[in-house]
Design a protein around this ligand. Sequence first.
Ligand code: EPU
Length: 340
Amino acid sequence: MPLQLVENASLKPYNSFGVDARAAFLARVASDEQLAELESLPAVAGLPRLILGGGSNLLFTGDVEGVVVKIEIPGLAELEPSDTHWRIEVGAGENWHATVERLLALDRPGLENLALIPGQAGAAPIQNIGAYGIELAERFESLRAWDVSQRRVVQMSLADCNFGYRDSVFKHALAGARVITGVTLALPRQWQPVTSYVDVASELKARALTRPTARDIFDAVVAIRCRKLPDPVLIGNAGSFFKNPVVAREKLNELLQHFPSLVSYPMPGGRFKLAAGWLIDAAGLKGATRGRAGVYEKQALVLVNRGGATGREILALAREVQEKVAAKFGVLLEPEPVIV
Ligand code: EPU
């Protein structure tokens, strides 16, 4: 397919919040070479770029003046395995969940806890996607990226990506500097179930599965997510709207004195992650509606488009959530999606 460039394009089909913003240009890119080709087009020379994967982790608060580059690079290929890992190269444009499912069918398990995470494979490293006891960093070997200023493809290792909790070098030093075009996964050949997360353990118990297969875990995770998280096809959303805040032990103890049922998890380094969903819920905002934006009824960490909301309406609600949580608990919630 040749490079597709559309002027004054609607972004509504390209963001899971379903916000009706427009882009001055929309470029749909199906290969690394087309990224290079785009750079040589006079029509878009000098315009700012916004790279888009599945559009499931961003909020458009207005129109985009420059070029939205939608990555549609396909591919799934098994590389020579190492002694310990299966190695799978995935095109950045592949849907994440479909990739998890295809690999399971090919007897290459290891991503089952990350089932049903919206978005594309190429976006997974940016926020180091994680769920139910696993994060991408634990299943990652390297990636391929287009370097915007050098105008060439580069390889990046695990160490280069500097992964953290919902964090990577692509949100900091390399923000806007590299476009991920492919990801190489490393799946342990000695598969071990990860059932440490309470929700997963209890779902497996309810299903009487004492020695679960990867498929059993996949099914359990899909069931849990379907119960708690809205399907973006039906209700616009971007998953968790805030990160779970991390606080010092003193702050946790102070909060526990006033709020004994507060949910927290110990982190390496003696700090504690607080369940932001619990904080928002306890601030009385679960199920709240402001105009056409809302806080999801079944999981307060998720903001939703109740139909026709603008990005600004959703952002205004996000600010209110931040203010109310800060006033009640003295904790700042940081948005997790990219706000454009
Ligand atoms: N809780 C409430 N009220 C709520 C929501 C949650 O009391 O309205 C409590 C729950 O009862 C639970 C705790 O808060 O004890 C944590 O909730 P949950 O297990 O649903 O997980 P989370 O911390 O809210 C995180 C990730 C999710 C991921 C799940 C499972 C972040 C920001 N979110 O949510 O990721 O699926 O854990 O691992 O880390 C995403 O990033 O978009 C996302 C959905």
